[in-house]
Design a protein around this ligand. Sequence first.
Ligand SMILES: [Zn+2]
Ligand SMILES: [Zn+2]
Length: 398
Amino acid sequence: MPTALEKLLGEIPGEEFRRLVETRRDLHRHPELAFEETRTAGIAARRLADAGWATREGVGKTGVTADGIFESATTSGSSQTGRILLRADMDALPLTEETQTAYTSTVPGKMHACGHDGHVAIALSLAERLAGKTEANRLRFLFQPAEEGAGGAEACAADGVLEGVATAFGLHLWNQLPLGTVGVNRGALMAAVDEFSIEVTGPGGHGASPHETFDTILAAARIVDALQSIVAREISPLDAAVVTVGSIQGGSSFNIIPSQVRLTGTARSFTEAVGHALPKKIERVIAGTAQAAGVSAKLNYRRLNRATVNNPAMAELVIETAGRLLGPENVDSEIRTLGGEDMSVFLDRVPGCFFFVGSAPADRHRPHHSPRFDIDERALAIGVRLLEEVALEAARKI
Ligand SMILES: [Zn+2]
Ligand SMILES: [Zn+2]
């Protein structure tokens, strides 16, 4: 008896799987950073147009959309109930790849270290599978630029990709899950991502005469320490949040008390109530700590991504579909991560679901955003079949 995983992999014919892998490897060799994805977008647009999809290029600067407008479809397939958006992000990361494979990045300082090359390959393969089908007339593929913090989803939303859209789905290849498993959540899947910097300013002075000035280094150290009490003492233990200081810069010599120290960090949260409260709490803690130390501290706070929150009914559709394809025991329906995603831009405005497709290579530790990132490419085939079934189910039910 083949396992559910073997059966599912068998549903992608050898020739299609080879093309899927070839596409991913070609994109992997030629990574493009945020809003520079012109080669990737060109490949997508060409293949989509060849398959009969109505394409629009330059969406949100370098994105591509493809709407099903197939004549063979009946009118019921193109009813007025709204399109189903299937989103694949396209951008690479500013990293130099350290793995040695046949498909290693050819561009120093650029690498597909998050798996977005795989997302593009999956979506293209699926668009070709579904071309001409009745249900395809309900679909809009989006090949989105600049997911990694540069605002690609926002640019696409501003460019009208959600016009006429009833629901949105997207997947992420996920190395924290083994091959053949899926991760999803009926609510918040990924966290809101905030970025902050703190400028600590004092008079400066001689290292031998601390009493004649106020010490910005000591104040910065106290601020780092005091910030840790926010999550521990001011956020409900039943909520999740993170406040991390990621960098400290200050001083130029062993015998000088510097006049400036700069801290940067990130805060993460799942609910809007916590996300709204965090900057105010951080502001209060740093102002009070700085005052006690005799220096001043100025906070710059920016909310980058909102939490990625799934609609319960759409999540249920994904959970049921994944359970049918891979076995319910292989679906983690309560997964959450404090990483962020700009799929949140779409899920804020239309109901939908974002989910993880396990892609961990069996023998190696290859975390996302690492210069040694790689995937088990069989996850590409799982992604195609799962997204296909999700899209077809959604077209039938929504
Ligand atoms: Zn990433
Ligand atoms: Zn990613």
